[in-house]
Design a protein around this ligand. Structure first.
Ligand SMILES: *[C@@H]1O[C@H](CO)[C@@H](O)[C@H](O)[C@H]1NC(C)=O
Ligand SMILES: *[C@@H]1O[C@H](CO)[C@@H](O)[C@H](O)[C@H]1NC(C)=O
Ligand SMILES: *[C@@H]1O[C@H](CO)[C@@H](O)[C@H](O)[C@H]1NC(C)=O
Ligand SMILES: *[C@@H]1O[C@H](CO)[C@@H](O)[C@H](O)[C@H]1NC(C)=O
Ligand SMILES: *[C@@H]1O[C@H](CO)[C@@H](O)[C@H](O)[C@H]1NC(C)=O
Length: 459
């Protein structure tokens, strides 16, 4: 499939804005299906007024599913089960006699694409998956042991907690093996986060070089790397400075699995079907059995707190809604403390700043606030298991002006369904040591399980 020329795309996007009224359904404007469809079926001229919808104006009402829907793609283009990796459209938000939420939901209730299938395979993983960790994780005499040893105090690691929590969970899990010959995967236990805070490394260049040398070292000291060219090796990071380390070594770049919080389709060295999106989770008390604030105790429609980070979409968001008292959207001035904002709001925004990812998504899930993700090309964690459209709202960055309208048009019933689904997915966005069934560790391990079965040279 070739990419369409920019001119075509430009005209398509204005057509799409007007015709596909619900902006958040227009998630991948450049997917081959959509492009092909629109090049085949030119919309009638009266649907493409020369002037696009003025900013702030209501988008035109959604077409109902009657004989007016010239634009409906043929049935085979909208499979009932979303393609893994693609973001399915959020639930219908406008009134109209299209199929109701209940009808759509009855097809596959709950937040999973296919719970039975997943559950069976997950249990298979729990019985069989084995991961070997290179011995540096235990060697406390080397000059760089601080980079490799597990951290004991995980609570202060903030945004980078997941990187460390994976390691401590693995080391205390039955998936760990000390017999490399039975391992499906080999974990390289360096911490990008700790390199960043080590004065001897710190810079992107030094970190890249360190990782390249480390990879050379294990591939000469051990036979496992060469057996697969590194394809069954993984490294884990949540600090965005790790995004470039794969450039330091060809095998890392082409074969090894990055398990990372910084998982974006538009990111240079991230390959969505090779690499793994790591849930980014803020450290919390464990166990944390605080009861969620019920819907009727949530008096704010939407909450966002974050710096502008020079991101256009954040600037636009704050310019549009920063003074709207029904929406708690703050840049610097927080009249609502952070956690309070999540507890008292129905919808909580995660808006792209420097990165596609932030811990706000899992914060929202944790506090029972529906995540609203305005961050194009974010490869959402666990999206081949979880149907994100059943517990979150995904809006294109360019449609941020329709934010309030989209959220207000979500029916109470749909909101409550999403709220209930949040309860079900909450356990996937929490780390424990030792790990607990279906937590972030085992869900991430399951992503590895799906990548097993590589051919290896004998050694
Ligand atoms: C379909 O078109 C017919 C004739 O134009 C009209 O009478 C009918 O109301 C339309 N149905 C819907 C669901 O819009
Ligand atoms: C839409 O559906 C509702 C309930 O199913 C029905 O009462 C109503 O008449 C329908 N409206 C139209 C325009 O068909
Ligand atoms: C793996 O391959 C590299 C490059 O060919 C080589 O230098 C290294 O010695 C090999 N490792 C082992 C353990 O044989
Ligand atoms: C919001 O309020 C501030 C301070 O009163 C004002 O400077 C700004 O222009 C307002 N923004 C909007 C979008 O109305
Ligand atoms: C901060 O927000 C509060 C509540 O919205 C408002 O009363 C106050 O004036 C704001 N302060 C500044 C400096 O904008």
């Amino acid at each position: 499939m070739t990419r369409p020329p920019p001119l075509l795309l430009a005209s398509l996007s204005s057509i799409l804005l007007v015709v596909l009224v619900l902006p958040s359904t227009v998630i991948f404007k450049t997917t081959p299906q959509l492009v092909q469809f629109f090049t085949i079926q030119q919309p009638p001229p009266e649907r493409t007024p020369p002037n696009p919808v003025p900013a702030g104006a209501r988008p035109p009402p959604k077409k109902t599913a009657g004989n007016t829907t010239i634009q409906q793609p043929p049935a085979e283009r909208t499979p009932p089960n979303p393609v893994p990796g693609a973001r399915p459209p959020p639930p219908k938000k406008t009134a109209g006699n299209t199929s109701t939420e209940a009808e759509q939901g009855s097809e596959k209730p709950g937040p999973y694409h296919d719970w039975e299938h997943f559950d069976g395979d997950y249990n298979e993983m729990m019985r069989n998956l084995k991961i070997y960790v290179y011995p540096d994780v235990h060697q406390n005499s080397s000059p760089f042991s601080n980079i490799f040893l597990p951290r004991t105090n995980l609570k202060k690691l903030g945004n980078y907690y997941s990187e460390h929590a994976f390691k401590t969970a693995l080391l205390s899990s039955p998936l760990l093996t000390s017999r490399p010959e039975e391992a499906h995967f080999f974990y390289m236990p360096f911490s990008i986060n700790l390199m960043r805070y080590d004065g001897r490394l710190h810079s992107v260049e030094s970190i890249n070089e360190f990782v390249g040398r480390y990879t050379d070292r294990i591939s000469s000291e051990f036979a496992f790397w060469n057996a697969s060219g590194g394809a069954d090796h993984l490294y884990v990071y949540c600090h965005s400075v790790g995004r470039d380390v794969a450039s330091s070594h060809e095998g890392l770049l082409n074969n090894a699995i990055q398990v990372t919080c910084s998982s974006g389709y538009s990111q240079k060295l991230y390959v969505s079907h090779k690499d793994v999106a790591l849930p980014q989770v803020w450290p919390r008390p464990d166990p944390d059995d605080r009861v969620l604030n019920p819907p009727d105790a949530r008096d704010r429609l939407v909450f966002f707190a974050g710096r502008k980070q020079n991101a256009r979409v954040r600037e636009k968001l704050i310019a549009l809604w920063g003074n709207d008292t029904s929406m708690a959207i703050y840049s610097n001035n927080r009249s609502l403390p952070y956690e309070e904002g999540f507890r008292r709001s129905r919808y909580c925004l995660s808006v792209k700043g420097y990165e596609v990812n932030t811990a706000r998504v899992s914060d929202a899930i944790h506090f029972g606030c529906i995540p609203v993700i305005i961050s194009d090309y974010y490869d959402l964690p666990l999206n081949n298991v979880l149907d994100w459209s059943k517990f979150s709202v995904i809006i294109n960055e360019q449609d941020v002006e329709f934010l309030k309208e989209i959220l207000l048009s979500i029916s109470e019933e749909t909101y409550l369904t999403m709220y209930n689904n949040l309860h079900l997915v909450r356990r996937h966005f929490a780390w424990h040591t030792p790990p607990e069934n279906f937590d972030s560790f085992y869900m991430t391990a399951y992503q590895l399980w799906l990548r097993r079965g590589l051919h290896r040279l004998s050694y």
